[in-house]
Design a protein around this ligand. Structure first.
Ligand code: SF4
Ligand code: SF4
Length: 177
């Protein structure tokens, strides 16, 4: 299965059925059907922040600088259907690649399921409310900034977190946004 992440409002107010909750509780991303895969994304946009990578020690440095295609107000992608054509390093999460993306936030639904955890109570699929991810401070809405006017050589001044990652995921660094 190959699918990207849902960054917009396509999920609407969809809530999981009991059968779907049971499916997710199995902790098997490979069992998630395509119609549900994109809905798992909570819209936090944390994976749309620029990261710097040090291959010497496998460390990722998360910055507060967002992809130039991210709408900072809604935390949605403005080129969603074309994102993989226009941004070659736009993240693609699949059951096969999830284990290589060590820098995903702990709140990411794909990571939670992969690690055998359930969805958090604020997740839109549990309560139908896509604003909670912002009100709870999970999303980048209150701190992310546009890359406009910031040369890549200055990105290190905007580091907000340091994460150990898997060096095989270095191709996922967002160098070209
Ligand atoms: S970090 Fe995970 S939940 Fe958040 S926007 Fe990215 S894919 Fe979606
Ligand atoms: S193109 Fe940019 S804003 Fe859109 S999903 Fe990819 S990283 Fe996020």
């Amino acid at each position: 299965m190959k699918a990207g992440k849902e960054m917009g409002s396509a999920s609407g107010n969809y809530c999981l059925s009991g059968a779907e909750k049971s499916l997710i509780a199995k902790g098997r991303l490979d069992l998630i059907p395509p119609y549900l895969w994109e809905r798992l994304c909570d819209g936090c946009a944390q994976c749309c922040l620029h990261k710097l990578y040090d291959p010497a020690n496998g460390t990722f440095y998360l910055t507060m600088i967002a992809c130039r295609y991210l709408d900072l107000e809604s935390c949605s992608c403005t080129i969603y259907s074309e994102r993989h054509q226009l941004v070659k390093n736009c993240l693609v999460i699949t059951p096969e690649t999830i284990s290589q993306i060590g820098w995903l936030p702990d709140t990411c639904a794909y990571k939670l399921i992969f690690n055998g955890h359930g969805l958090p109570p604020w997740h839109p699929l549990l309560n139908g409310n896509r604003d909670l991810v912002h009100r709870k401070g999970i999303s980048i809405k209150n701190y992310a900034i546009s890359p406009k006017g910031i040369p890549p050589s200055d990105y290190s001044y905007y580091i907000i977190n340091i994460m150990k990652g898997n060096s095989s995921a270095s191709k996922l660094i967002f160098k070209d946004r």
